[in-house]
Design a protein around this ligand. Structure first.
Ligand SMILES: Cc1cc2nc3c(=O)[nH]c(=O)nc-3n(C[C@H](O)[C@H](O)[C@H](O)COP(=O)(O)OP(=O)(O)OC[C@H]3O[C@@H](n4cnc5c(N)ncnc54)[C@H](O)[C@@H]3O)c2cc1C
Length: 346
C-alpha cells in the first residue's frame, strides 16, 4: 500500500482521472492528478448525459442503480471540491423517428417499464412528434463545463492538480516511477483513447470511436429538457444546446468533418420546428474496448501500475463506480470485477 504522502500519480484529467481523484480524496489518500491542459478530450466534448435506457431494444444499462449510487457519491464530492453543482436530474423525451421505429417499440416485450412513461406529454410545437414517443425516467446530466473547463478550480483535500503533458515511457528504478512531476510509488493511467498508443498496454483490444457534436442556439427552444430522436439534444447551463453525436469507427482524423456537420444538421431539422444557429462544431475520440466493457485494474508486469479506461459512450455513469472499485483494489486489495478486469486480456 502507498505511503501517506502524495505517492500516487493519476495521469489524465478526463472523467476517469477526475473520478479516480475523487475516490482517493474520499478515502484520505494523497495523490497528484496530472491533467493535460490542451486537446479536446472526450470528457469535455460530451454532453454528460446519463440515460438509463438506450439503444433500439430499449435496454436498461447494466447495474444502473449501483452505478448511480456511486455516481451520486463521487459527483457530490466533486461538487464540494469545485464549489459548483455537478449532477442534476433531467427530463428525457425520446421520440420515435419513424412509423417503423414505433412499431418495433410496440413489438418489444421486455422493456424496462419502471424507467419509461409512454403517456407523458411530448411538447408538440417545438419539436416534431409525429410518430409519438415517451419520457425516460431517472436520467441525469453532469455539468461537464464545471469539471473539464474548471480543473484549476478543483481544491482536493488530499491531492493537487498539475497541468502538464507527461512524457512516455515512464522510467522505473528503485521501486519507484520517475516523472517530471516527481517520483511515485503508484501510477494510475486514465489517458482515455491515448493509452491505446502505449506499447505497455498493447495486449488490450482498444477501439477508437470518433464522435462529432454541434453547439447551437435555438430561436424558440423546447422547454422540457433532453430530446432524443435522430440525434440527442441537450440543454447546456449557458442557454445553448448540445446536439450529437455523429459517430465513426473508421475516421481516425481528430478534426470535425463536413459529413459530420451535415448529418447532425439533417438530424436537427427532423427534430426541431424552430430555426437554430450553429455556434461550434467539435470532435473527440471515445476510449472503447472490443468487448464494450470498461477495463480496470493492474498491469500484468509493471509494478503498481493501474488502468481505468474503456468507458466508451457512457463515461459519466461508468467512471465513478469503477474508480471506487479501483481505489478499493489499490488501497484495500479488494478484487476487481472479472468482467471489467484488465486480467481478462492476459
Ligand atoms: C461526442 C461524444 C459525446 C459523448 N457524450 C457522452 C454523454 O453524454 N454521456 C456519457 O456518459 N458519455 C459520453 N461520451 C463518452 C465519454 O465522453 C467518455 O466515455 C469519457 O469522457 C472518457 O473519459 P476518459 O477520462 O477515459 O478519457 P478522456 O476524456 O479522453 O480524458 C483523457 C485525458 O487524459 C489526458 N492525457 C492523455 N495523455 C496525457 C499525458 N501524457 N499527460 C497528461 N494528460 C494526458 C487527455 O488530455 C485527456 O484530458 C461522449 C463522447 C463523445 C466523443
Amino acid at each position: 500500500m502507498p505511503e501517506k504522502t502524495a505517492d500516487i500519480l493519476i495521469i489524465g484529467g478526463g472523467i476517469a482521472g477526475l473520478s479516480m481523484a475523487a475516490a482517493l480524496d474520499m478515502k484520505g489518500m494523497p495523490f497528484v492528478l496530472c491533467a493535460s491542459p490542451s486537446t479536446e478530450p472526450a470528457s469535455a466534448v460530451a454532453a454528460g448525459l446519463i440515460n438509463p435506457v438506450t439503444g433500439r431494444r430499449y435496454t436498461l444499462q447494466t447495474r444502473y442503480e449501483q452505478l448511480m449510487a456511486s455516481a451520486k457519491e463521487v459527483y457530490a464530492h466533486l461538487a464540494g471540491v469545485s464549489g459548483k453543482s455537478i449532477l442534476e436530474a433531467i427530463n428525457i423525451t425520446r421520440l420515435h423517428r419513424s412509423a417503423e421505429a414505433r412499431e418495433a417499440f410496440d413489438a418489444l416485450t421486455d422493456i424496462p417499464n419502471a424507467y419509461l412513461n409512454t403517456n407523458a406529454p411530448l411538447h408538440a410545437g417545438q419539436v416534431h412528434t409525429e410518430y409519438g414517443g415517451m419520457q425516460v425516467l431517472n436520467g441525469f446530466r453532469v455539468d461537464v463545463s464545471a469539471l473539464s473547463g474548471n480543473l484549476a478550480m478543483l481544491h482536493f483535500q488530499h491531492g493537487t492538480v498539475q497541468h502538464f503533458v507527461l512524457d512516455f515511457p515512464i522510467s522505473f528504478s528503485q521501486e519507484r516511477y520517475h516523472t517530471a512531476l516527481g517520483s511515485f510509488h503508484t501510477i494510475i493511467d486514465c489517458r482515455g483513447y491515448q493509452t491505446a498508443f502505449d506499447q505497455s498496454w498493447q495486449f488490450i483490444p482498444f477501439r477508437q470511436n470518433k464522435g462529432e457534436v454541434l453547439r447551437v442556439k435555438i430561436t424558440d427552444p423546447p422547454s422540457a429538457g433532453v430530446y432524443i430522436k435522430d440525434c440527442i439534444l441537450v440543454p447546456l447551463q449557458d442557454g445553448t444546446w448540445w446536439a450529437g453525436a455523429h459517430n465513426s469507427w473508421t475516421d481516425h482524423s481528430p478534426f470535425p468533418t463536413t459529413a459530420g456537420k451535415e448529418s447532425l444538421e439533417n438530424a436537427l431539422n427532423k427534430l426541431l420546428s424552430s430555426s437554430y444557429k450553429i455556434l461550434d462544431h467539435q470532435a473527440a475520440f471515445r476510449p472503447a474496448i472490443r468487448d464494450r466493457a470498461p477495463v480496470v485494474g493492474r498491469h500484468p508486469h509493471l509494478q503498481r501500475y493501474y488502468l481505468l479506461n474503456g468507458l466508451g459512450t457512457k463515461g459519466y455513469s461508468l467512471a465513478p463506480y469503477h474508480a471506487l472499485m479501483l481505489a478499493d483494489h489499490i488501497l484495500n486489495e479488494k478484487p476487481i470485477d472479472p468482467k471489467v478486469d484488465v486480467a481478462r486480456f492476459y
